[in-house]
Design a protein around this ligand. Structure first.
Ligand SMILES: Cc1cc2nc3c(=O)[nH]c(=O)nc-3n(C[C@H](O)[C@H](O)[C@H](O)COP(=O)(O)OP(=O)(O)OC[C@H]3O[C@@H](n4cnc5c(N)ncnc54)[C@H](O)[C@@H]3O)c2cc1C
Length: 240
């Protein structure tokens, strides 16, 4: 094994080699931590125009701090700065100052293999294995879940357990990727009502289910599909 730090070759005995080096590709994500006054629960804002690449998020952190961010292609800073100065943001948060910025890649593709595409023979977990809730870009809970499943398999010297866990997980993440495509196509007003209204109510009754959008979608499918019908009519009549 070559140590990246010293550049020299070292012989090591290890149970497994795991790539936890983060995302390899995705949309560019940027968020500002701001001080100000705003909502108690997370809010999403969907740009008008269909399909849209991503949404804007406003996530309260407590003590008058909020994360305001988005993801996309091209100049994401310009896009976020425009949102910072917009009426849409002012309606939601009164920003007093920007404390800091944080950027990175936001994964939008489902995983393919539990093995690293960067390091031959190495396993992969977290963003390096596309373990992300593609509907919202949230990867912390999924990264932790993949790390636990992998650690258990390595501990038991039964790597097949991780491979099997991964196959199962892959289907869940594919479902999120499918949902993302539907979400991109739905009208902004339907998305804002679904996420800022109905999902908040739903979460209030199911506080541990934030990572289970699929369940939310199934339970709210009639409302979401009803929102699709007028959109499809508008599209057919060429009024988009
Ligand atoms: C703007 C933005 C906002 C986000 N907001 C949320 C959120 O609110 N909630 C949520 O759940 N998720 C969020 N995410 C996603 C979340 O950050 C990731 O899914 C999560 O951090 C993945 O964890 P990870 O450990 O797999 O990868 P990372 O957090 O990327 O960590 C990988 C680490 O490996 C290091 N590394 C890379 N290569 C090497 C190497 N060769 N040797 C040694 N070290 C190496 C990197 O420096 C890095 O520290 C957000 C992402 C972005 C970009």
């Amino acid at each position: 094994m070559i140590s990246e730090k010293s550049g020299s070759e070292e012989k090591l005995r290890v149970d497994a080699v795991v790539d936890c080096g983060g995302a390899k590709e995705g949309l560019t994500g940027l968020q500002y931590e701001v001080k100000g006054r705003g909502p108690r629960l997370p809010q999403l804002y969907f740009e008008r125009g269909v399909p849209r690449e991503y949404f804007y998020w406003i996530v309260p952190q407590g003590e008058g701090r909020y994360l305001v961010g988005t993801a996309g292609r091209g100049s994401i800073k310009r896009k976020l700065d425009a949102f910072m100065g917009s009426h849409a943001l002012r309606e939601r948060v009164e920003v007093a100052s920007v404390v800091r910025a944080f950027g990175g890649l936001v994964i939008i593709r489902p995983p393919s293999s539990p093995y690293s595409s960067r390091f031959q023979g190495a396993l992969a977990a977290g963003d390096a294995a596309n373990q992300v809730k593609i509907t919202t870009g949230g990867g912390l809970a999924f990264a932790a879940a993949s790390a636990s499943a992998l650690a258990e398999a390595v501990d038991r010297e039964e790597i097949w357990r991780y491979e099997s866990w991964f196959r199962h997980r892959k289907n869940l993440i594919r479902a999120h990727a499918f949902l993302r495509q539907i979400y991109r196509w739905l009208p902004s007003s339907a998305m804002e009502s679904a996420f800022n209204g109905k999902m908040q109510d739903y979460l209030a009754g199911h506080p541990l289910l934030f990572d289970q959008h699929w369940k939310y979608f199934v339970e709210n499918a009639p409302d979401l599909l009803a929102a699709l019908i007028p959109r499809a009519r508008v599209k057919k009549s060429g009024r988009i």
